[in-house]
Design a protein around this ligand. Structure first.
Ligand code: AMP
Ligand code: TRP
Length: 334
């Protein structure tokens, strides 16, 4: 049997998208729509596992759609919609809650990081979040899932759940095993202030990240303030092993200029980091500020953004309902 390739990925509407989201995931979304059928989802049900102000959540959903469009996602080629508008996600999540095992969820490092020492006070939703993610993917029988490295463990769980469902209900190959598509060098863009932490929306200091909506001045200021190294730029990667902040800047520069790390080190070795920072600011301004301008422009037409979501929801719902019909039947739900 030839499996039809289908891409699915999700992004949480929890505020500013940043360079990590862009290089680690969204840039890949755009490239993939040229080769395969793609479904991209603003995962609002995932966002509410941590309290969101209702009005702010609505704004953030629209801003995430605007960001998708501004980076080049084409609503005529790909399906763009928000998760809560297709009720099949919640229904399949429940079924998969009954397939997934507590022992599997107990291994999830993102829950441990997010819940921290206040585990007893975390929402139940935050704990079973990975089951909902598996439902997102399996609802469409997606075969490929572009994500950053932080989602690798969740994707492995989705595969375990798919496998167990196929075994339990005696339907080999019913759910395909979803393949992660994780970029090689930029799967984990690090914070500009601490190279051991990933760049994240939730980090307190805005200086830790480049947001897609940052102005040229903000980009220059943030890169100037970014941690680097007091020594000169070395000519080999090995010397950067214990210098995660410096390596992160070089990595971002290499990705955006599409030059290999070796080539960048060749060009820069013996120079001060201020030289790299000037060049990095220039290429970031070229790449990021047109996206930011487009996001702001699109946010001026919320009716249009609402129409994109409506069209996407209708298309997603057709696939979801068709698959759910078969899933209900397999499980024995009438
Ligand atoms: P989130 O904003 O957590 O919903 O993440 C959306 C996508 O961006 C996911 O595929 C993440 O893996 C990816 N992502 C988030 N932060 C980073 C980062 N610092 N580096 C690379 N990818 C990231
Ligand atoms: N958990 C992902 C994140 O935080 C978002 C997500 C939800 C997702 N459902 C998904 C990603 C399905 C890929 C596929 O980044």
């Amino acid at each position: 049997m030839i499996k039809k390739k289908l891409v699915f990925s999700g992004v949480q509407p929890t505020g500013n998208l940043h360079l990590g989201n862009y290089l680690g995931a969204i840039k890949n979304f755009v490239a993939l729509q040229k080769e395969m059928k793609c479904i991209y989802c603003v995962v609002d049900l995932h966002a509410i596992t941590v309290f969101q102000k209702p009005h702010q959540l609505q704004e953030n959903v629209l801003e995430t759609v605007a960001s998708f469009l501004a980076t080049g996602l084409d609503p005529n080629k790909s399906i763009l919609f928000n998760q809560s508008s297709v009720s099949g996600h919640a229904e399949l999540a429940w079924i998969l809650n009954c397939v997934s095992r507590i022992g599997w969820l107990n291994r999830m490092t993102q829950f441990k990081d997010k819940a921290g020492s206040e585990k007893e006070k975390a929402s139940v939703g935050l704990y079973i979040y990975p089951n909902l993610m598996a439902a997102d993917i399996l609802l469409y029988k997606a075969t490929h899932v572009p994500v950053g490295a932080d989602q690798k463990q969740h994707l492995e769980l989705s595969r375990d759940i798919a496998q167990k469902f196929n075994n339990d209900f005696n339907c080999k190959n019913f759910f395909p095993m979803p393949e992660p598509l994780i970029p090689k060098n930029v799967s984990r863009i690090m914070s500009l202030r601490d190279g051991t932490k990933k760049m994240s929306k939730s980090e307190d200091s805005d200086y830790s990240r480049i947001n897609l909506k940052d102005s040229a001045d903000e980009i220059i200021k943030k890169i100037k303030k970014a941690k680097s190294d007091s020594e000169q730029i070395p000519d080999n990667l090995k010397s950067l092993e214990k210098k995660p902040e410096a390596l992160n800047l070089i990595n971002i520069y290499s990705e955006i200029t599409k030059n290999s790390l070796d080539k960048v080190l060749n060009e820069m070795s013996g120079k001060e980091y201020s030289f790299l920072k000037t060049k990095l600011s220039e290429v970031l301004i070229n790449e990021v500020t047109p996206i930011g301008k487009e996001i702001k422009k699109l946010l001026g037409d919320k009716v249009y953004l609402g129409q994109i979501l409506k069209k996407g929801r209708e298309k997603a719902n057709i696939i979801a309902e068709e698959n759910l019909k078969n899933i209900r039947e397999k499980v024995g739900l009438i």
